[in-house]
Write a protein that binds this ligand. Structure first.
Ligand code: APR
Length: 241
């Protein structure tokens, strides 16, 4: 009898790297070229909104113009969600839309979404594919100059934490894919699952993450090799006990 328990999958920038999107902390990563304090904090936005808009506009364009596409790792996770009898929830730290475009539906963007913007006054969130600037107006409340990327900056609370914690408490398998384990609370999810002693924990990454020793099982290599192979194995062997 194959065990088809619930699965929670945490993804990070590494799953989108082979689609052509830069990661953050690799040698050629985003934070090697620009400082977090200058573009990814509420203080940076208050101090120099034009600079923050330029940073996110440059990251939104390739997604809005569909210059990048989901890779076979994204597609394998969408297949897992579609065909697995238990629940499969993807909790992604990524703000790209590659999981959606691969077909994933049960998906939570805990750090927000690049293709959405939010009004700093009324809180309305809308899809936004164009460049964003301080002259843009909120369609709901009419305020100008308060539209910001709908992404979680350092110092802000991630989205969906209650739902994430419920899913982690009820899962039989926790997989971490393409994340360096540097940023909390995501980096702490594996410890939460371990303490419950009812789920297997697996890291699929190019190299050991900060939290590698916390995982019961680790496999290293490119996501486009590891993820499809592991999904195939799940369908033939079920969850390992
Ligand atoms: N296949 C698998 N893993 C890969 C690949 C690949 N092709 N390429 C890179 N990786 C791994 C790297 O080894 C690294 O461990 O993906 C990880 C990416 O780590 P980061 O660049 O730190 O990205 P991430 O962990 O998603 O960052 C978390 O930090 O800056 C904030 O909000 C931002 O969501 C981001 C969060």
């Amino acid at each position: 009898m194959i065990d088809h328990g619930n699965i929670v999958i945490l993804t990070g920038a590494g799953i989108s790297q082979e689609s052509g999107l830069a990661t953050f902390r690799d040698a050629d990563g985003i934070w090697a070229k620009v400082r977090i304090e200058d573009v990814a904090t509420p203080e940076a936005y208050a101090r120099d909104p034009d600079r923050v808009h330029r940073f996110y506009n440059a990251r939104r364009r390739p997604l809005a113009e569909r210059d990048v596409a989901p890779n076979v790792a994204h597609l394998a996770l969408a297949r897992l969600e579609a065909d697995w009898p238990g629940e499969v929830l993807i909790v992604t730290q990524n703000i790209d839309d590659l999981h959606e475009r691969a077909g994933s539906r049960n998906l939570l963007h805990m750090h927000g979404e690049m293709l959405k913007v939010r009004c700093g006054d009324c809180g309305d969130v809308v899809e936004w594919l164009a460049d964003l600037g301080r002259d843009d107006q909120c369609a709901s409340c009419g305020t100008t100059g308060r539209m910001r990327p709908h992404v979680v900056w350092f110092g802000e609370m991630p989205f969906g934490m209650e739902r994430i914690e419920m899913a982690l408490a009820g899962c039989r398998l926790f997989i971490s894919i393409g994340t360096s384990g540097n940023v909390y609370p995501a980096a702490g999810f594996v410890q939460m699952v371990r303490e419950l002693e009812r789920a297997h924990t697996l890291e699929l990454n190019l190299e050991p993450s900060e939290g590698a020793t916390l995982f019961a099982e680790t496999r290293y290599g490119p996501a486009t090799e590891l993820v499809p192979a592991f999904v195939d194995q799940l369908f033939t062997e079920g969850l390992s006990n």
